[in-house]
Every structure is written in C-alpha cells, then in structure tokens.
Design a protein around this ligand. Structure first.
Ligand code: GDP
Ligand code: MN
Length: 380
C-alpha cells in the first residue's frame, strides 16, 4: 500500500525524522486557514500517489494566506499522470541550500534491505543511476545485524558529505529511517529531496512510503490511511470479497487456482498474442461462492472482453468449480465469452456438468494452450 506524502511524513515524525510542520486541506478555504495557522511563506503540495508532482505543476510556493488559497484552487482537480488531486498538504516553506537523496528498499535478489544515497537529490533517481552511477552509493544491511553507525559512515563518505554537522544529522536519520522501515513493515521509504537549509538543518522535504499489504493486519493505524475513493474499484471490491486480485492492462480476464498456475496462465495468454486484464487466484478449495465472488470482480472491469478460467484440480474439485461457474452465470449478468479449461480431480464430472447446462457464452477447451488461444481470439 502506497501512502501519501503527508502520511509518510507523519510516520517519519513518529520515528524522529525531521519534517516541516503542515496541515491537510481539501478546499481552497481550508488551504487559506492552514496558511494562516502556519504563518509566513508556505508550500501548497498536491497529494497524489505518484511522483514528479513538481514538474507537473502540483507544487507551488505561496507568499501569504490569500496566495495559498489561489494556488490551492489552481492545483485541486489537476490531473497528474492519471491521478486527480483531491487533497493538499500545506507546509511551512523551507529554504533550500542543497538537495540530497536517501532511500531504503528491499533488494529481493540479495534478500536484504538496501540503502541508496546520493548528493544528486531532487531529480529522478533513475536518471542519476544511469548518467552518474558513481555518484549513487548503494549499501545492503544484514537484517540480523541491523543498521550500525558504520553503515551511515559508508553512505556519507561514499557520497562525499564532509560537513561534520551534516554527517551527524544524516547518521541519525539513516538509523531512524531503518527503524521506521522495519517497524512499519515497509517495502520502500524514500526521501527525495533530503534537504540542507542555509542554517545547516537537515530534513525530509518529501516522502514516498510503501507498506507491505500482507503486513497491514499488524498496523491497523496505517491500514486506516488507505484512501478508498482513490483506489481502483475492482481492487477495492476484491479486497471486500477476500479475492486475490491484481489489475493489469489487457483484455483477457484471468481466473485460476493457485498463484503458480495463474502466473503461467498470464504467460500463455501472452504467448497466444493476447494481454491479460488481471491476475486472479481462487486459491485452494475453490468453492462455488468463491467463484461467484471472483467472477463478479473480473466482470465489473469494463476492459475485460473475454474470460479464461484455468483450473487444475488438486484439492480443488473441478465439479465444484463447474457448479460455481453455472451459479455465477445465473446470479450475474455476464455477457463476455468464457473459456474454461478443467483438468485434474473430478474434471470429467465438471466438464459433464458444463456440457449439460451448455450456457451460450461458455466454451470448454481441453488444453491450456488451446483455451488461451480461444480466449485471446474472443477478446478481439
Ligand atoms: P515531487 O516533485 O513529487 O518529487 O515533490 P517534492 O516534494 O520532492 O517537491 C519537488 C521540488 O519542489 C523539490 O525538489 C523542491 O525543489 C521544491 N520544494 C518543495 N518544497 C519546498 C519548500 O519548502 N521550499 C522550496 N524552496 N522548495 C520546495
Ligand atoms: Mn520528491
């Protein structure tokens, strides 16, 4: 789950990472009173779950409350890379001497948290990594050892930070960022830019904070931060129904049992020249109710043009899945063609049930590849 900048900063604050004082606003009038509260120059910042807000006109300095109100009116409703601005973070403006970059993420290949630090902050980190890779310091932390002062020293000396006061402050921030990362079950904590003010104070001017969805049950306070209105409607519905679902870009709706089989199903669809519309895993068991729920989620996506049901019965019984499909067809209005491939436990029985009922938009294919080609054809 991705957090808004202001939510990430709230977490930073809890762990003692310095941030600027600010207020949330959803209307220009609220932005005005927030600016009155804070006093002096403020920054009006669009809160959207994407980066590059500055370049898109989503971040503006305001001289006084009236100016903050005007800037807020200009930013609210903006479309930033497909995200409409509905919330603003009004923050006391900072003076910036330099901008650094600091992040902590998971390196899955190495199975360790990875710090990245560079003096080239404020811009795209991908660009830094490509154009001046020597300026980007990368450092893994052994999770059993945890973060140690020498980690911070390596980051600082590697990037060439030689001011003792900056060294001291960044050392503390590195340790706290690691603490926040572990304590919140984060997947990413990124500070871009980490600024130094003319007075020599180091602080986090931006935050990108991603928490592992599978750990949210341990963090009810963070789980509550989810913005339901901004979420994808199918993913919200799937979460409510307890269906494992990830939205993708294509036209062929996918339903399978078991994550491995669903992954292969995505590959087979690509092989057949199509594009999967989603990843959807029925899991083991696969009772009729689960099938109805999953089909409901998939068919509410207007991008879906055909559906590929790929079931390999182990624990899952194919006759049970077949009953689920037939029940779903009775309960929901499904106009998209459905291609079914059933194999494994009770497959014969399942195919017989489908053949007897013979709903008009249902096609049974014997093999995975044939079924995939058929589903791709029907999606055109
Ligand atoms: P992003 O574009 O989505 O990464 O948003 P950021 O929060 O990183 O802001 C983008 C840029 O706006 C920063 O790199 C700063 O240069 C500028 N900016 C943001 N806040 C302030 C501020 O308080 N004072 C000044 N002078 N500039 C700011
Ligand atoms: Mn930024």
């Amino acid at each position: 789950m991705d957090l808004y900048e202001y939510q990430g900063k709230e977490l930073f604050g809890r762990f003692g990472i310095p941030v600027s004082e600010g207020r949330l606003a959803t209307t220009p009038a609220e932005a005005r009173s927030a600016a009155e509260d804070l006093g002096g120059q403020v920054v009006v910042k669009a809160q959207v779950l994407t980066g590059g807000r500055g370049k898109a006109g989503g971040i503006k300095l305001a001289e006084d409350p009236a100016d903050a109100e005007a800037k807020a009116a200009a930013i609210l409703g903006l479309d930033i890379r497909g995200h409409v601005v509905r919330r603003l973070w009004i923050e006391r403006a900072s003076e910036i001497e330099t901008e650094y970059y600091l992040s902590l993420t998971f390196d899955r290949g190495v199975k360790k948290p990875l710090f990245m630090f560079t003096k080239e902050g404020g811009m795209d980190i991908e660009q830094v990594a490509e154009e001046t890779p020597e300026a980007l310091v990368r450092l893994h932390v052994d999770p059993l050892e945890g973060v140690q002062p020498y980690h911070a020293r390596r980051l600082l000396y590697g990037a060439g930070i030689d001011d003792p006061s900056e060294q001291k402050q960044i050392t503390a921030i590195v340790a706290r960022l690691y603490e926040a990362f572990v304590a919140c079950d984060a997947m990413l904590c990124e500070v871009n830019p980490l600024i130094v003010t003319p007075a020599g104070e180091v602080k986090a001017l931006d935050s990108k904070f991603t928490v592992d969805d599978n750990a949210l049950y341990r963090h009810p306070d963070i789980a509550e931060m989810r913005d339901v209105a901004a979420a994808d409607p199918q993913e919200t519905l799937a979460r409510e129904k307890g269906v494992t679902y990830v939205k993708l870009e294509g036209e062929v709706g996918i339903l399978g049992n078991g994550a491995g089989l669903v992954m292969s199903t995505l590959d087979v669809i690509a092989l057949a020249g199509g594009r999967p519309a989603n990843f959807c895993d029925l899991g083991g068991g696969g009772d009729a109710e689960g099938v109805v729920d999953a089909l409901e989620v998939i068919t509410t996506d207007p991008q879906v043009k055909s559906i590929f049901f790929n079931i390999f019965g182990g624990i899952t019984r194919c006759d049970e899945v077949a009953r689920g499909i037939l029940e779903a067809l009775q309960r929901l209005t499904i106009s998209e063609p459905i291609v079914v491939r059933l194999d494994g436990t009770n497959a014969e029985e399942g195919r017989r049930l489908l053949a007897e009922a013979a709903p008009p938009n249902l096609h049974v294919s014997p093999t995975m590849l044939e079924a995939a080609s058929r589903a791709v054809e029907l999606s055109r």
